[in-house]
Design a protein around this ligand. Structure first.
Ligand code: F6R
Ligand code: ZN
Length: 187
């Protein structure tokens, strides 16, 4: 057991009702202009960009080393809305170390966790407050917001997992989610 360079324990406050990390060390923001190629309706995305390029989703993190043995955790918050009639979503990624899992505990909102595996399977797991989704090793994952409020999750995963956005921009996920005539449509 090493006794030098030991990290000092810390605590942090998370507002579970709001789904907010009160004192994050890092704050990642993605805007519609970061999402080119991900949505079906490119003109509708361009309109969102031209109309102010408002925050699309955010990730709040504490400063945990991105190393094996640590557990990275964050709050992921995806705004409600549609690009054309396609529900707002995150880019989605595999982990760079493919065989690393992740847990998502939904704190607020309604939607899906879309997951796809390298052997061609696809799962849309419902997300709603208090529901935990387990993303097993090797599955790419993307949050999709079908509701009218932010879809907020607490996520935790292996410290050195990394993010691989590789084939997702080109190939997407097998299923897209739309709202048409007030109903959720999966295609
Ligand atoms: C971490 C993780 C989440 C996402 C976040 C943003 O492994 O899955 O923290 O990073 O929801 O989504 P992406 O990374 O797909 O833009
Ligand atoms: Zn992940």
């Amino acid at each position: 057991m090493p006794t030098t360079n030991l990290m000092t324990p810390f605590g942090t406050d998370i507002d579970l009702a709001e789904g907010a990390m009160n004192d994050p060390d890092r704050h990642l923001i993605r805007r519609p202009s970061d999402m080119k190629g991900y949505y079906q309706d490119e003109d509708a995305l361009q309109k969102l960009i031209d109309d102010g390029d408002a925050v699309h989703y955010e990730v709040f993190e504490k400063d945990v080393p991105e190393k094996y043995g640590h557990v990275l955790f964050c709050i992921s918050s995806l705004q409600p809305g549609r690009v054309g009639d396609e529900c707002f979503m995150t880019k989605g990624h595999y982990h760079t170390i493919l065989e690393t899992a992740e847990v998502y505990l939904c704190l607020r909102g309604t939607g899906f966790m879309a997951m796809k595996s390298p052997d061609g399977r696809s799962v849309l797991e419902p997300m709603t407050r208090n529901r935990l989704v387990y993303v097993p090793p090797c599955w790419a994952h993307r949050s999709i917001n079908t509701g009218d409020e932010p879809l907020v999750s607490f996520c935790a995963y292996q410290g050195d997992a990394g993010h691989n956005y590789g084939d997702i921009a080109e190939q997407g996920f097998p299923q897209r989610v739309f709202i048409r005539d007030g109903k959720t449509v999966i295609q």
